[in-house]
Ligand binder design. Structure first.
Ligand SMILES: [Zn+2]
Length: 428
C-alpha cells in the first residue's frame, strides 16, 4: 500500500493555487492517522499515529514518502495511539523541524499513555525495534506547545483554532486558515451526548474544505439508551449465572464512560453489592488526577455532579482499581474492565486466555476493533485462537462474545448531518 494523494476540487487559476492533501496513513484504513496539507508553500501535518495491528517500523505512517523537513506545523487531534503515538519518532528520528501543538488535556494524558506504550512495546516486541525510547519521549515532550480551545494561534501565516470534538477528553477539531483558504479537520469526533464529554461543535465560520473521519463508514449506531440496557442486561445475566465479564478497553476515553455507567448501575442495584467490578490499568490512578484537573472541560452534567456532591465523579464508589493481576483473587463472578482494547497483549489478553475456555463467561467488546487484531478476529467466534505466548499454543474459545459499541465516533447519519451543518463545498 502506498500513500494516497487527493487534490481538493478547486478550479485553480494557476499551479500555486492547488491545495494538496496527502494521507500518509489512515487514508483507506483505520489506524496510523497522518495527513499532510500543502498550500502556497505552507505545510501542515495532521496527527502522527501508529497502526494498532502492526509492530515496530511497519506500524508507522508512510513517512518516507514525504519530505518532513518542509512541515511548518503539526497538529495533534487527540491522545489515542492511532493519532499520536508516532509523534516522538517524528520529532527525534526524522528531518521534521516544525512546531507541534495539542490541547492541554491531550498533552497531560499523552505523556502517561506514551510512556506506558514504550514500556508495553519493549515487553511484547520480539526484536529490539521499538520506535523510540523514554529519553526520546521526554526530549520531544518539552517541545510540544499546549493550546486552549477557542483561542487562535498563528505560525508563519498559518492560523488555527481548536474546537471541542467530543470523542475523548482533550480531543480537538482544528479550524485552519492558510493563504485565504479555510479548512476544518475533524479528527475523531462524536455528536452523541454521553456522561462526561461535550459533543463536537460546529464552527461559527464556514470552511472551504472539511476533512472528516469516517471510521464507521455507512453503518448506524444503536441508540444510546438501548445500548446501555443491552450491556447491563448481558452483564447481569452473566454474573447471576456464575460467569465473569471481560470488557477490554482502551485505557483512556471510553473506559471512563463505561466506568461511570457501571458505577451508577451498582449504586442503583444494591443486590449486586457482593459482585466486584474491577478496572485493571496501571494508568488508572494517574488518569484519575488528570480527569479531575480537567473537569471544567467536560459537559454540564458532570460539572454539576462535581459542584453539587463536592466530590470527583471519577472517584468511583463501586469500582476497585487493580494495578496488576498479581493483586487479583480470581474467585468467582466479577466484571473486569481492562486494557488494551483490542486484546493485543497485557491484562485483557491474559484474562481472555484464562476465561475463554468456559461458556458461562462473557467477552463484551465496546470499542472499535481494527482489522488484524484479536478483538476483530474473535467477533467471528472461532473455536480456538493463538495464545500470545506463541509456540503454536491454541486457546479454546467457548465464552460468549458480543459487540456493544461505545466508541465515541459518529455513525453515517451523524457524520452526514454534521457535514451538512458545516456546509463546506469540498469534502475529504
Ligand atoms: Zn480516537
Amino acid at each position: 500500500m502506498s500513500a494516497k494523494r487527493q487534490v481538493a476540487d478547486f478550479e485553480p487559476v494557476d499551479q500555486s493555487d492547488y491545495l494538496e492533501f496527502v494521507a500518509l496513513g489512515g487514508g483507506n484504513e483505520v489506524g496510523r492517522s497522518c495527513h499532510i496539507i500543502n498550500y502556497r508553500g505552507k505545510t501542515i501535518m495532521l496527527d502522527a499515529g501508529v497502526h494498532p495491528a502492526l509492530n515496530g517500523l511497519s506500524a508507522l505512517p508512510f513517512y518516507d514518502d514525504y519530505d518532513l523537513s518542509t512541515v511548518d506545523v503539526l497538529l495533534i487531534s487527540h491522545f489515542h495511539l492511532d493519532h499520536a503515538a508516532s509523534l516522538p519518532y517524528v520529532m527525534t528520528h526524522t528531518d521534521f523541524k516544525g512546531r507541534v501543538f495539542m490541547t492541554h488535556p491531550t498533552k497531560a494524558i499523552y505523556r502517561w499513555l506514551l510512556s506506558d506504550y514504550v514500556r508495553v512495546s519493549a515487553i511484547s516486541s520480539n526484536d529490539a525495534s521499538t520506535l523510540y525510547t523514554d529519553a526520546d519521549l521526554n526530549a520531544s515532550f518539552e517541545r510540544i506547545e499546549a493550546i486552549d480551545y477557542h483561542s487562535t494561534t498563528e505560525v508563519e501565516g498559518i492560523k488555527f483554532t481548536a474546537y471541542h470534538a467530543g470523542h475523548v477528553l482533550g480531543a480537538a477539531m482544528y479550524f485552519i486558515e492558510i493563504g485565504g483558504i479555510k479548512i476544518l479537520f475533524t479528527g475523531d469526533y462524536s455528536r452523541e451526548e454521553d456522561r462526561h464529554l461535550n459533543v463536537a461543535e460546529v464552527p461559527t465560520e464556514r470552511p472551504d474544505i472539511i476533512i472528516t473521519e469516517s471510521t464507521y463508514g455507512t453503518s448506524t449506531h444503536q441508540p444510546r439508551s438501548e445500548k446501555e440496557t443491552r450491556l447491563l442486561n448481558l452483564i447481569t445475566k452473566t454474573i447471576l449465572n456464575g460467569g465473569r465479564c471481560l470488557l477490554p478497553v482502551f485505557s483512556l476515553g471510553n473506559a471512563q464512560e463505561l466506568l461511570l455507567i457501571l458505577d451508577e448501575y451498582w449504586q442503583n442495584h444494591p443486590e449486586l453489592d457482593g459482585i466486584p467490578v474491577f478496572y485493571a490499568s496501571s494508568l488508572a490512578r494517574k488518569c484519575l488526577a488528570v480527569y479531575q484537573t480537567f473537569i471544567n472541560m467536560m459537559n454540564d452534567s458532570i460539572r454539576k455532579k462535581f459542584r453539587d456532591d463536592n466530590s470527583n465523579p471519577f472517584q468511583f464508589k463501586h469500582i476497585r482499581s487493580l494495578k496488576n493481576l498479581e493483586r487479583f483473587d480470581d474467585l468467582g463472578p466479577c466484571v473486569m474492565v481492562a486494557s488494551p482494547g483490542m486484546l493485543q497483549n497485557g491484562v485483557s489478553r491474559e484474562l481472555l486466555e484464562r476465561w475463554a475456555p468456559e461458556a458461562k463467561n462473557a467477552l463484551i467488546l465496546t470499542g472499535y476493533s481494527v482489522d488484524g487484531t484479536l478483538a476483530k478476529q474473535i467477533l467471528n467466534e472461532p473455536s480456538e485462537f493463538a495464545s500470545v505466548a506463541g509456540g503454536g499454543i491454541k486457546v479454546p474459545r467457548r465464552l460468549y462474545v458480543e459487540e456493544i459499541s461505545f466508541a465515541a465516533h459518529v455513525d453515517y447519519k451523524q457524520n452526514t448531518e454534521f457535514i451538512d451543518l458545516v456546509n463546506a463545498p469540498n469534502i475529504v
